[in-house]
Design a protein around this ligand. Structure first.
Ligand code: FAD
Length: 285
């Protein structure tokens, strides 16, 4: 049952969403359901595409081009819990109530493509070994395997800011960046700053970038901490005043790009969306 406090919180959140482009779009109702892995493709040695299918994905609708969802990953021998019962917006809290032996892992990924007519989504994941449950599960994923899908939201608002936009991403935000570039529309001139962990990790951005009205800089991280190289490149770039900025990737990358845009370029904080997709040296959860 919804309490008065929850109703007040929802109203305050909605008022904040209405005023800013720096917060996710709110989804009215969340759903959770099982999905089956139906295809696995190694696009590069460290970048896997999984296709997930479920009847519920026929009715499912994304809210924008960087839509994220919760991937619920049962460990070998574990049953997938009944997500229709657990899936409020705080799925992590609900999973935390389960006994540890039954508790699946949860990580967040981008819906790279949605094919409602087929009841399918594609998710593209950059793998980094076995030191996190997400990467480890994706590396072992096989057609026929079951997982859980919890609806999330989108953060990039289509049609809300024409003109010059700054889009900064690393390898984990590459799928979201591609979605934005595909859908942003002709009124947007995107200025893309992509930090890559090395050559050949990501698919080539050139085909997507070819039709863009804006500019593209691809920066190799080398052995520097995530975010340093791309923030320096952005700081040195001669850019028109941006109408909106979106910066996603490792936590410090997102934070340092936002600091630069607000402090050095004078952007309004409400026009800078930023999100730490992972955290160097510890799980993001
Ligand atoms: C909204 C949203 C959308 C996202 N979309 C995508 C997506 O489409 N594709 C995608 O690949 N990722 C995406 N991510 C990032 C993904 O959720 C994280 O990379 C995830 O935390 C990895 O989980 P893990 O269990 O492998 O590692 P964690 O348990 O989070 O971390 C364990 C260890 O691995 C390290 N680690 C985690 N990720 C990386 C990495 N990428 N490179 C090097 N070391 C790492 C951590 O620093 C830590 O030391 C998204 C995240 C968010 C919040």
């Amino acid at each position: 049952m919804t309490t008065t406090l929850e109703r007040v919180r929802t109203r305050v959140r909605r008022a904040a969403y209405a005023r800013t482009m720096a917060m996710p779009i709110e989804r009215e109702h969340h759903h959770g359901f099982p999905v089956t892995v139906t295809d696995v493709v190694d696009v590069t040695p460290h970048y896997r595409r999984l296709t997930l299918a479920a009847p519920q994905l026929r009715e499912y609708r994304t809210l924008g081009p960087d839509e994220y969802f919760g991937l619920v990953m049962p460990q070998p021998g574990q049953e997938l819990p009944d997500l229709s019962r657990l899936a409020g917006s705080n799925l992590r809290g609900a999973l935390g109530e389960l006994p540890e032996v039954e508790r699946p892992d949860l990580r967040w990924y981008t819906v790279r493509r949605h094919r409602p007519e087929a009841g399918e989504v594609d998710v593209e994941v950059v793998t980094h070994g076995d030191d996190g449950p997400g990467s480890s599960w994706v590396r072992r994923a096989q057609a026929g395997q079951l997982a859980g899908f919890q609806t999330g939201s989108s953060c990039y608002r289509l049609g809300s800011a024409a003109g010059d936009q700054v889009l900064v991403a690393d390898e984990t935000a590459f799928p979201a960046l591609c979605g934005i570039l595909e859908q942003a529309g002709p009124g947007v001139r995107p200025h893309v700053f992509l930090e890559v962990p090395g050559p050949g990790v990501l698919p080539d951005l050139t085909p997507l970038a070819a039709g863009l009205a804006g500019t593209v800089a691809v920066v190799d991280r080398g052995d520097r901490a995530p975010g340093q190289a791309v923030t320096e490149t952005l700081a040195a770039a001669d850019l028109p005043a941006p109408t909106f900025a979106w910066a996603c990737g490792e936590k410090e990358l997102a934070a340092s790009v936002r600091r630069h845009l607000v402090s050095e370029r004078g952007m309004d904080k409400r026009r800078v969306y930023f999100c730490g997709y992972w955290i160097l040296g510890r799980p993001r959860g």
